[in-house]
Design a protein around this ligand. Structure first.
Ligand code: CAA
Length: 260
């Protein structure tokens, strides 16, 4: 499918989705969010894709935020609708069975930081800059920032970043647990592909169940989270991949997984 605001490419079992609004440092307007939602919906139904990498076009920005020129005259109802569209779109990254990696190649501010946080894993170029500048615009983070940032780095640090609007570099983002890894800018895509390859070597059905268990568990209490894990653990025993993975171990050979 062709998009106006996205570039989509597949490399083997990896889909690379690039936000492509170069005139606004890849700011997310409603049209871009709508396309991203449709694109992720397609990927989520594809059996051929195992990992989705989300990145921004150009050398400067991942995503510089929601589109301020679209929001400047928006009404409260329009603001809410934009937030709900982003909620649906970004939640897809967490609920889709495929693993999602944000390749953060530059500015990840506001909605950009929020987009990266909805991905399972964040790998940052050493040029990446993170921040939630919304309170400096008289609004608050509206694409999940007040929720996901606190869950990722803790309430105290999330409040500091949101209230001060401070921008932090990739090393600081790594120090506080906002990103998984920092790599030189020119190695960013290779690092993401290397992680995707490792992931692809494992059972995709098991990974999808593990992802769903982690997502459910972080939104509920420990007892219910453990109950979900037990159910999904049991479910994995019904798969070809479980039999193959364990048999291969005992036969001292590499497992051949089929994702079922
Ligand atoms: N929305 C719309 N346009 C944007 C934009 C955004 N979020 N970010 C950058 N642009 C545009 C600029 O207006 C500029 O356009 P013109 O060339 O027409 O003037 C172009 O992109 C290049 O930007 P700059 O000239 O500002 O580039 P810079 O190198 O001087 O600064 C920057 C880069 C620090 C990222 C700066 O552009 C910036 O601060 N951008 C806004 C960041 C921001 O506040 N993001 C949060 C938005 S609100 C939000 O995201 C709400 C939410 O929770 C969903």
């Amino acid at each position: 499918m062709m998009y106006e605001h996205l570039l989509v490419e597949t490399k083997g079992q990896v889909a690379i989705v690039t936000i492509n609004n170069p005139k606004t440092l890849n700011a997310l307007n409603s049209a871009t969010l709508t396309e991203l939602n449709a694109c992720l919906s397609d990927i989520e139904q594809s059996k051929d894709i195992r990992v989705t990498i989300v990145t921004g076009s150009g050398a400067k920005a991942f995503v510089a935020g929601a589109d301020i020129s679209e929001m400047v005259n928006a009404t409260p109802a329009e603001g809410r609708a934009m937030s709900l569209l982003a909620k649906e779109t970004f939640s897809r990254l967490e609920t889709m069975p495929q693993v999602t990696i944000a390749a953060v190649n530059g500015f990840a501010l506001g909605g950009g930081c929020e987009l990266s946080m909805a991905c399972d894993i964040r790998i940052a170029s050493e040029k990446a800059v993170f921040g939630q500048p919304e309170c400096g615009l008289g609004i608050l983070p509206g694409f999940g920032g007040t929720q996901r940032l606190a869950r990722l780095i803790g309430k105290g640090r999330a409040k500091e970043l949101i209230f001060t609007c401070d921008r932090i570099d990739a090393q600081e983002a790594y120090r506080i647990g906002l990103v998984n890894k920092v790599v030189p800018a020119e190695e960013l895509m290779d690092a993401c592909m290397a992680m995707a390859e490792k992931i692809q070597g494992n059972g995709s059905y098991a990974i999808a169940l593990a992802k769903a268990s982690i997502e459910t568990g972080t939104d509920t209490d420990l007892a219910n989270g453990l109950a979900v894990e037990a159910t999904n653990f049991g479910l994995s025993f019904a798969t070809h991949d479980k039999k193959e993975g364990m048999t291969a171990f005992l036969e001292k050979r590499k497992a051949v997984f089929v994702g079922e």
